[in-house]
Design a protein around this ligand. Sequence first.
Ligand SMILES: [Zn+2]
Ligand SMILES: [Zn+2]
Length: 454
Amino acid sequence: MKIEFFGATKEVTGSKFLLSSDDTKILVECGLFQGKRKETEKKNREFLFSIEDIDYMLLSHAHIDHSGNIPNLVKNGFSKNIYTTPPTVDLLKYLLLDSAYIHERDAEYVNKKIIKKGESPIEPLYTSEDAERSLTLLKPKTYGNKHEESITFEFFNAGHILGSAEILMEVEGKKVLFTGDLGRSNLPIIKDPEVPGKVDILIMESTYGDRLHRSIENAKADLEEILKRAIKRRSKVIIPSFALERAQEVIYAVNSLIINGRIPEIPIYVDSPLTVEITGVFMKHPEYFDREAYRMLRENHIFNYGQISYIKDVEQSKALNYKEGPMIIISASGMCEHGRILHHLKNSIEDERNIVLIVGYQAKNTLGRKLVEKQEEVNIFGQPYKRKAEVFILNEFSAHADRNDLINFVEGVSPEHIFLVHGEEDQMEPLGARLREKGYKVDMPEIPGTSYEV
Ligand SMILES: [Zn+2]
Ligand SMILES: [Zn+2]
């Protein structure tokens, strides 16, 4: 069989590979390359393989770096089935449409500038109609059942986000396992990653191939301290968060502290329409929760407990500016680049009683990164603001396996041949070197289109 890598090759985004044997061709993932427009535009618009030859597609999870170019694939003629898990199907209903909306607004913005220069306008990468058509191709398949198409495939829980899967494919008598993104043990809400047993070929992510995370327990203890301080000082605690998974984990962690009597009740405002919809998808799939979260959902309605409010309406969002703390505001975007989080930061950042709590990765050059660096002055909507609010960083909610988790996983499936993907060079190379020292055969495809006979 042949495996060809078309994305996430020595980088984190754009996951996409083709698996072909004599009688079938399967596309696994169709992720968006994310980053600066100049660098990603062409890579996202053009496919380096023939779309007509593909028999069907398999998808590990809903994150846009794995699913976000499906509407463009459909726009370019793809009309076959896409197999993925039931929660992923539900999550994509919101995420692909949200992504299409962003691409449409983006093209409008670019066109305003280039039309003035007399250049011809650009088309969005894809539109809401392309996203809608993509949704009709999604076919839900549950974990733990073998599905027969041109090959046999099976989804295992990857413990990364709701509905995330490892994909085990049996081709020409060989077992090929793709990890998708691999989570870590003890993440709030979702179950721990599964190890499917011995395989022949492993295609594994390596986002944190050279890093070790602190335990989740540390994060919970820190969160408790921060919230106690906030309640005492009547702070507004502003939490920028991605709509999917991190937001629900934070809601769950805060409510666990309240329910277990560790902190008094505090109003929580979830101020992001997408986060509200995604939280609804979580509530629809409690069978994917770990035992503790499942019990809490049944007894206390984790996502509806106490003084929690879900806000979609813009006026209600603005009204939060005039409310007195203590309170928690969870809002998007996760890196403070756009969205309602900017209004909340603008409104709260110059008061030293307030707290900005960073719970996710902040890329270079984003406002989120400037907050992580605790810069004394930051620009919001083009105006300078003195940053007087305290900034705390809790990285432990990371939904990715660290170095030890990845090595343990490899030892659990003892493959003959490993391909590392989905990692920057500084994380992937040291992991590859460690695995080679242990005697494993490791390849790290670098150029999109690289092909291997296995
Ligand atoms: Zn992911
Ligand atoms: Zn990913």
